[in-house]
Design a protein around this ligand. Structure first.
Ligand SMILES: O=C(O)CCC(=O)C(=O)O
Length: 257
């Protein structure tokens, strides 16, 4: 990372990497995500979370070797570790597609309701644009700098779905990846266009905090068996601390809600 990138992430809370995915990766992720939406049908995302007028997929590391590559890209991990420090792990890998002509506005939130603690930041998401993000199609709204406020939007705002005076829309071309300190207030806007607006969310957290999706419970044994030591570490598959905190908090479902 160069100094400008570090400053942008520190001060604004997000960093835009234009064209990061390249055509081949973008095509492959789009194709696999649509296959999984088709396979899972009505129940897509239901094991974790369903949202009005939105298609969702959860537990994507289980969705094919492509995703095992995505979670471990060094340039992305470098940016994420700038936020979290070197002791990080995958929290979850999801996809989200806002339906055409929807009026659903996702309330401003911080991921997993996280407030920075005495050690600092502990959540960092990356948003992978699978379609262009435009002013019409439900781009992510963000409040730059709010990762430093130490408050959750639902504690402070009368209506977290209402327009915010400091909001900025995250616009960009398909293939862009945005590294986002998700203590920063954010939420998807309404998609008023005729097309779906798709994104993949590759979400990381500090190792001393629970995973949003307890990978050891959720990944099929045959997937776990083929993973390299580096991936096992990133997914915290052999980590007693993770077993203690993630297993305890997510219970039988494996999902922290
Ligand atoms: O897809 C987006 O624009 C953001 C979604 C988001 O923040 C979430 O689902 O928690």
């Amino acid at each position: 990372m160069n100094e400008n990138e570090k400053r942008q992430l520190d001060e604004q809370g997000y960093l835009v990497l234009e064209g990061f995915m390249g055509d081949a990766l973008l095509d492959a992720v789009r194709r696999r995500v649509e296959e999984l939406f088709a396979e899972e049908g009505e129940r897509a995302g239901s094991e974790f979370k369903q949202e009005p007028q939105t298609r969702r997929l959860a537990n994507l590391v289980d969705g094919g070797p492509l995703f095992e590559r995505v979670i471990a890209i060094p340039r992305i991990l470098e940016c994420v570790s700038h936020v979290l420090g070197p002791e990080l792990k995958l929290s979850s890998l999801n996809a989200r597609s806002a339906n055409p002509y929807s009026d659903w506005i996702q309330p401003l939130h911080c991921d997993v309701g996280a407030i920075p603690d005495e050690k600092g930041f502990w959540v960092c998401n990356t948003i992978w644009m699978l379609d262009d993000f435009t002013a019409e199609n439900g781009a992510t709204r963000m409040i730059p700098g709010s990762h430093r406020w130490g408050r959750l939007p639902q504690e402070v705002l009368d209506d977290p779905a209402a327009p915010h005076p400091e909001e900025v829309l995250l616009l960009g071309k398909a293939g862009t990846v945005v590294v986002m300190n998700t203590h920063m207030w954010h939420g998807a806007a309404a998609n008023r266009s005729p097309y779906p607006r798709r994104a993949m969310h590759c979400f990381y957290c500090r190792r001393d905090r629970p995973q949003q999706q307890y990978q050891k419970k959720l990944l099929r044994p045959e997937v776990q068996q083929r993973l390299s030591p580096e991936l096992r570490h990133l997914l915290a598959l052999d980590d007693p601390l993770n077993d203690e905190i993630s297993a305890r908090l997510s219970g039988q479902s494996g999902f922290l809600r």
